[in-house]
Write a protein that binds this ligand. Sequence first.
Ligand code: ATP
Length: 286
Amino acid sequence: MRVTLKAPAKINLTLDVLSKRPDGYHEIEMVMTTVDLADRISITSLESDRIIIDCPTAYVPLDERNHAFQAAKFVKEKFGISRGVHIQIEKNIPIAAGLAGGSSDAAATIKALNQLWNLKMGVKEMADLGAKVGSDVSFCIYGGTAIARGRGEQIQPIAPPPSCWVVLAKPPIGVSTADVYGALNVAQLGPCKTEDMVGAIKHKDFKEICSNLSNHLESVTLNLYPEVKRIKETMRRSGAEGVLMSGSGPTVFALTEKDSKVNRIYNGLRGFCKEVYAVRLLGENM
Ligand code: ATP
């Protein structure tokens, strides 16, 4: 038997850093939502006690460094399962991009194994297991739209924002999340926007959503990589209603409700950025 699942990317509509914790992590509060750009995870059970990752994309580790590998290992440990698993990953989400690609693969692996081995885990149980792999995995288990707190692993699902176009552009640089947090000055952060964003989403007010887009990590990454700033400016010039960097970057996204603007934003970026995607905001739990 084979279970195949989509593993969608996420974007941050807000990312507020509240404080630095004694354990070295930052206390954050953010609104995340899924977009229609997804990896595809296909899983089969093996008789032998092995975890095999099959992924032809460069820079994706095929060993225990792969987030899907770790997810399978934690599931096997939790339930004392001695069978193995073959995990095929079709990678469509850019890597190290701030779009939670690896985390989404891990979440899809947990969900697929839950089905394949009939483990009867509920969503919260899967999210708690996912948090052992990484903070964003819990959100990816829920999908849809949610407020994430703590180090990102405490999830409160909320109703989705109105659907719109999302144009994503990833410059050809890899950003280390640890480096970005390391360069962050917690004493000099702007206002927190998560509460206002949640209000805007509740009102289904696209303009209000765009005016409350905010990410405390953005200025750090923009200073480190001026090309990210250039992408933002190009998106704005092309008429995007809202523009923001996702997670620790370097992917920047533009939001627009208008079909007529999508091509203009997309084509404006294609000239100097190879990885550009025009997708729909999913927002809803799939
Ligand atoms: P996240 O929120 O999951 O950290 P991200 O978009 O910042 O998301 P990923 O695409 O997950 O970053 O990649 C971060 C690093 O994780 C990569 O450099 C890669 O070596 C490693 N990695 C492990 N598993 C995967 C996977 N399944 N897909 C992509 N990268 C993976």
